[in-house]
Every structure is written in C-alpha cells, then in structure tokens.
Design a protein around this ligand. Structure first.
Ligand SMILES: [Zn+2]
Length: 348
C-alpha cells in the first residue's frame, strides 16, 4: 500500500497541521527548549508521520524517542566537541556538503565507495562508537546548514539531496567492518532524522548492486523508490552543473578540483541558489497561520512567498534563534550577494 505524496516543504501549514504542531510542541515543550530543537526539525516530525493512523501520537512518540536518544548519546556534546582524529576519519570516509540543488535543497555527498573497511575498523582504525559519532556530527551539521539557510532566506527546506558515490566499492565492503557501521547509520537516520531525504542519486554503482536493486525494488514503497535514482545522468535533473562535483562530470569550482577535502567549515562554499526572499523570516507571519490560509494570497503565491505561515518560526525562541543566525550570517561574504543578486548565482 502506498502513502500519499509528501507535502511540498514550503507549503503553508494547514489549520490541521498547525493544530498538530501545537500538540507536538506542547507534549515536549521543556525538552524542545533544552535541546534547541529547531522549527525545521519539528516540521520533519510533523510531516514525516502524516500517514500514520494516529499521526499526532506517532509524531509525539518519535520526537520523544529522538530526544531521549539525544540525551543518552550526548548528541549536544558530540556536536560541540571536535572529535579526535577527525582529519584521519575524513580522509578514509570523504563526505560533505556541496552546494544546493535547483530547488534550493542542500546537497550532501558521500563517497562511501572509497572507504577502505580495513583502515576504517581494522587494527589502529576506529571503533563502531567512534564511527557513529562522526556520522551523528555530520547529520547535525547538515541540519545546522539547513537552519542557517532558513534564517538567511526564510525559505523552508528541511530535506537534502544525497549523492551516494559507490565508486571503488568491492567485495571487501560485504564484511562486517563495513556493513555494521552502515546498518547503524541507516537506523540512526530513519529513526532520528525522518523526512530528510529530497532525493538520492546513486553514482558508480556496480552490476551487483544494480542486479540486487532490480530484484528488491518491486517490494520498495513507490514513493521511496521515486526518491532514489541510479546514475550520474540524473544529477543534472535536480542540480545545476556548477554545483555538481567535477569528478562526477560537473563544473564545480572547488579549489584544485578537490571536493570535500575539508568538509563543511573550510570546504567548498558554492554560490547559493537564487531565491527571491528577504534576509530573515517575518515573525509576524505566524499570526496569519491561525487564519484560514486556503483563500489568502500568500497560500496561492509561488513557493518563494516568505509570508506563508510555513516559513514563520512558530515560537519567539525560534524567531530569536533565526534572527541571531541571520545576523551572524550577514557578515558572511556571500550573504549580501545572495540577498541582492537573485537572478544569477554569485561567484564563491
Ligand atoms: Zn566540488
């Protein structure tokens, strides 16, 4: 049985959704504040379980599980602390954010095929707990970047594109040194970061995976299947060529052609997509969310309407955070360009 299609990310909240969001927020009010759970995260938990027979209860349950997991795993600490041997890990497992898709979704590149399992978890390598920490830190950083984008543009984009590069994958990847971290990543992503995937493009897949996919794909939910494409040829359907890594046939401008060498902070900071929006979200728009949105002009406006209720922070704390992030990013060299030059991506 297939589910209803996902709600477009920036679709304004319906009255029903707003009621559900209020209930979710009320159920975990203290912990949401304690862990600075962002509005975009609440939206993922709201919309990720919309097809459940009891959507509000399910969202509350899963958000509660996520918060408990954060506390048990000390996720806030993992995010705040530089992890030991990070350079070594990044060299073994290159990952990172690499620009934005045509629709404004952050692109995350994972060169998983290049991982040498014996270096990763062999003698002198990393433990499964270490590897999980790197993954959690990366997932949190991806979320921070989406939150920064929201603060800067007011546009709601809680999903990201994943480019999964399997180039280099071989029989060595069938052993537990590789499959056990992969299993734990899948579990973490599904349970604690729901509704995060916009589209996955799997590149350089060998014939084994393609054959396997042909066998299992009839049993996969059609909507999930729609989000997974095989082959670099699909990259340009959703990503401008300037944002695609050169080694995958794109024309990115990463220094020396070395994408993901220094992931995130010091890495490639490509031009942001053209989005016609003010620099920060309009907190007053929240008031509009209690009114009927179906007949308002903002609901009928294109996705770029910043006054749509879905783009408004739903609490004063979130508004403050969003504003702080917006002012923090105002000093970034690209933000002024991004705000003023909407027609053309600026040079990095
Ligand atoms: Zn690049």
């Amino acid at each position: 049985m297939s589910k209803a299609p996902p709600v477009p990310e920036d679709q304004p909240l319906t009255e029903e959704e707003q009621r559900r969001l209020d209930a979710i927020r009320e159920a975990h009010r203290d912990r949401i504040a304690k862990h600075n759970v962002h509005y975009l995260t609440l939206l993922r938990f709201l919309r990720g379980y919309k097809d459940d027979p009891k959507p509000v209860e399910k969202s509350i349950e899963m958000l509660g599980k996520m918060l408990t997991w954060r506390e048990e795993q000390k996720v806030d600490e993992i995010v705040a602390t530089p992890l030991e041997r990070a350079d070594e890990f990044n060299a073994i497992w290159p990952t990172g954010c690499h620009g934005f898709g045509k629709n404004g979704n952050l692109i995350y590149v994972d060169r998983v095929g290049s991982v040498d399992p014996s270096k990763l978890m062999g003698k002198g390598g990393f433990t499964i707990e270490d590897v999980k920490k790197f993954h959690i830190q990366m997932m949190e950083r991806v979320n921070r970047m989406k939150e920064e984008q929201y603060a800067r543009t007011g546009i709601v984009r809680y999903k990201n594109i994943v480019i999964l590069d399997l180039g280099g994958m071989g029989m060595g990847h069938l052993g537990s040194k590789f499959t056990s971290p992969m299993k734990s990543f899948i579990q973490i992503d599904q349970e604690y970061y729901p509704e995060s995937l916009y589209q996955m493009v799997i590149c350089n897949a060998g014939w084994i995976l393609k054959t396997l996919w042909a066998v299992i794909s009839p049993f996969i939910d059609p909507l999930t299947k729609e989000r997974i494409k095989f082959g670099t040829k699909h990259l340009e359907e959703i990503i401008d060529v300037e944002q695609i890594p050169r080694y995958l046939g794109g024309k990115c401008k990463c220094a020396g052609g070395k994408c993901l060498v220094a992931p995130f902070e010091a890495g490639y900071n490509p031009p942001r997509p053209a989005l016609t929006l003010p620099a920060q979200p309009n907190a007053n728009a929240n008031a509009a969310s209690s009114a009927s949105s179906s007949s308002s002009s903002s609901a009928a406006a294109p996705a770029s309407s910043s006054s749509s209720p879905a783009t408004a922070p739903a609490s004063s704390a979130e508004a403050t955070r969003a504003t702080e992030a917006a002012s923090a990013s105002a000093s970034a060299p690209d933000s002024a360009v991004a705000a003023s030059n909407q027609a053309q991506p600026a040079a990095p």
